[in-house]
Design a binder for this molecule. Structure first.
Ligand code: ADP
Length: 592
């Protein structure tokens, strides 16, 4: 690539420099241009030896050997038909040859022309050399030595790692497998939500095996014009074949690999691209040492042809990490920052259920930034906690100024949530309560589960609805009014109740799946219900929410002191940690 650029620069220099030098050399003895009247004067004085016409321009050679040029007035020769005959009569040689015209093209014009030519060369270079043959804009090739990623950098996805280890062995010693007659999968499909480390895992396979890593994203192949995507696929595989062995990684495979069908232009284009991909995958021999790895989070919409043997026949699930996995990922990323001894990564891992690897990497980075902002030399436990809260609850918006009435209302609202969460046995433990606005919320009550939850009991869900109702109930009991601040709680509570009735079979309507009201599109798979049943579904949802509301009212009425104390403390401190909350509840003798 670099050589090509150098050649182009050399050509541009030759093209601009050589004519410029020639031009200067030639034009050095500049011929003076004189006024037409001076020429007539020379003529009358008998000093002119030769005249050469070219249109209005006249080159004059004088008898003393010098030369000059002049311009005749417009239509002069036409108006003075006898002028030339007079010259001949005076024994002056008259010529009408084309004149060497030193002043006709100016040097700046030559330069401008060449600069334009250079610009065209550069554009052509960008579009051809830079993009098409090697697709540097589309495919990123990470060669050996480029920031190598190995299995050590990927944590928390041990099963997935075990499954792909075989590919590393194969890429290292392809003969060992082929001599046994074994067939190594040509394609591996990594399935999992975004940020779980699919790209990282693919890179680490390349890193471990010491082979180049060709990266392309499915969306790069999706173009308006039929054939463009297909030709990009061809080029990607052509590039791959230049290497002895390598890994082709296609991110977001679903962008190109959706089930075929449909008639619009974009469908046609996608179909061509997908067909090309299938053809290319069938066309190369695994013995060559090329393995295609693709990532998607929508395996269900992929064209079945892609999943056939000989194509992406090996599927590896890369899920969100569990608590141990999260701790391991945090450890990997904390190696990259200066971390204080004794930072409790396990407790951070416990408090980040549902976080993906990318979220955890982001958390460590946020902590490092916050330590940097505070001028600390290493990342402390409190930086990590703060970063976790920031990722979980949104950034604190300290610049938002709340009126005193809003602050008081918010303090009682959050205290209402917190007291219910602290007292109900099924609730996740309280972690923090704050009345500093974060994101769109004016305050936050944060609970952290003790372990990752994969299923939810009816009691747990009812408790969640009751905790959500706690805010509204406290406002009513202490402030004697209702505010719009509870809207998000109400929405979430209704949503939980709806799931309980329509999907989880947790209502007197029994274990049946019902279509969620107002969401016909999403729940096509559920049974359509009669109008009478729909009414009963609505009633069941309503009952769950109202029962939770009554339960919350009962708890808060019995524990007014705890709510009041907590709200006052919140108004003073703005946020309360788990141990402070426990103290307050103990002081107020809170109980069910
Ligand atoms: P995906 O391809 O699944 O969307 P990526 O591989 O792009 O996710 O992950 C983004 C970043 O998140 C990685 O560069 C890495 O820093 C971090 N990350 C994600 N998963 C892991 C993991 N299992 N171990 C270590 N880091 C991870």
């Amino acid at each position: 690539m670099r050589t090509r650029l150098l050649i182009l620069i050399a050509v541009a220099v030759l093209l601009t420099g050589v004519p410029a030098v020639l031009y200067l050399a030639k034009s050095a003895p500049a011929v003076p241009t004189v006024a037409f009247s001076d020429f007539i004067q020379h003529l009358e004085n008998g000093r002119v030896a030769q005249v050469t016409f070219e249109e209005r321009q006249i080159a004059v050679a004088l008898k003393d050997g010098s030369t000059l040029t002049t311009i005749a007035p417009k239509d002069f020769l036409a108006a003075n038909a006898g002028f030339v005959t007079d010259l001949v009569r005076k024994d002056i040689r008259v010529d009408a040859a084309s004149l060497p015209d030193p002043n006709a093209i100016s040097y700046p014009a030559v330069l401008a022309g060449l600069a334009f030519f250079g610009l065209i060369c550069f554009t052509v270079y960008r579009t051809t050399a830079g993009r098409i043959p090697s697709m540097s804009g589309r495919t990123r090739v990470a060669e050996r030595g480029d920031n190598i990623v190995t299995f050590q950098d990927v944590a928390g996805v041990d099963e997935a790692k075990d499954e792909v280890k075989e590919i590393v062995d194969f890429l290292r010693q392809p003969d060992r497998f082929s001599s046994l007659g074994g067939r190594i999968p040509k394609g591996v499909l990594l399935v999992g939500p975004p940020g779980t480390g699919k790209t990282l895992l693919a890179r680490s396979i390349a890193g471990e095996a010491g082979v180049p890593f060709l990266f392309a994203s499915g969306s790069d192949f999706v173009e308006m014009y039929a054939g463009v995507g297909a030709s990009r696929v061809r080029r990607l595989f052509k590039e791959a074949r230049r290497h002895k062995s390598c890994i082709i990684f296609i991110d977001e495979l679903d962008a190109v690999g959706r089930s075929r069908g449909g008639s619009s232009l974009s469908h046609e284009e996608r179909e061509q691209t997908l067909n090309q991909l299938l053809v290319e995958m069938d066309g190369f021999e695994t013995q060559r040492g090329i393995v295609v790895i693709a990532a998607t989070n929508r395996q269900d919409i992929l064209d079945p042809a892609l999943l056939r043997p000989g194509r992406f026949d090996r599927q590896v699930t890369v899920g969100n990490p569990d608590i141990k996995g999260r701790e391991a990922i945090l450890r990997v990323h904390s190696r990259k920052v200066t971390m204080e001894d004794g930072v409790d990564l396990r407790s951070i891992a416990r408090g980040t259920p549902g976080f993906s690897g990318a979220d955890l990497a982001n958390l460590v980075n946020e902590a490092a930034l916050s330590a940097g902002r505070a001028g600390r030399s290493c990342v402390t436990d409190s930086d990590m906690q703060e970063a976790r809260d920031k990722v979980l609850m949104g950034v604190e918006r300290r610049s938002v100024v709340l009126s005193e009435a809003d602050r008081v209302n918010c303090a009682y609202h959050e205290a209402g949530h917190a007291v219910i969460a602290a007292l109900l046995p099924n609730a996740d433990p309280l972690h923090k309560v704050s009345i500093i606005p974060r994101g769109r919320a004016m305050g936050v009550t944060m609970q952290l589960p003790e372990a990752d939850r994969h299923t939810y009991t009816k009691g747990y869900l009812e408790t969640q609805v009751a905790v959500l109702m706690g805010g509204r109930v406290a406002e009513e009991i202490f402030m004697n009014h209702m505010t719009s601040g509870a809207s998000n709680d109400i929405e979430r509570a209704t949503d939980i109740a709806q799931h309980m009735v329509c999907e989880f079979g947790m209502s007197p309507l029994g274990p049946l799946a019902f279509r969620k009201p107002g969401n016909a599109f999403e729940s096509e798979k559920h049974h359509t219900v009669s109008e009478a049943t729909a009414q009963r579904v609505d009633e069941a949802i309503r009952k769950i929410v109202l029962d939770a509301y009554d339960h919350a009212t009962w708890i808060i009425s019995r524990n007014k002191e705890a709510v009041r104390l907590m709200a006052e403390q919140l108004l003073e401190q703005e946020s309360l940690e788990a141990h402070e909350l426990k103290d307050i509840l103990a002081r107020a003798n809170a109980k069910l």
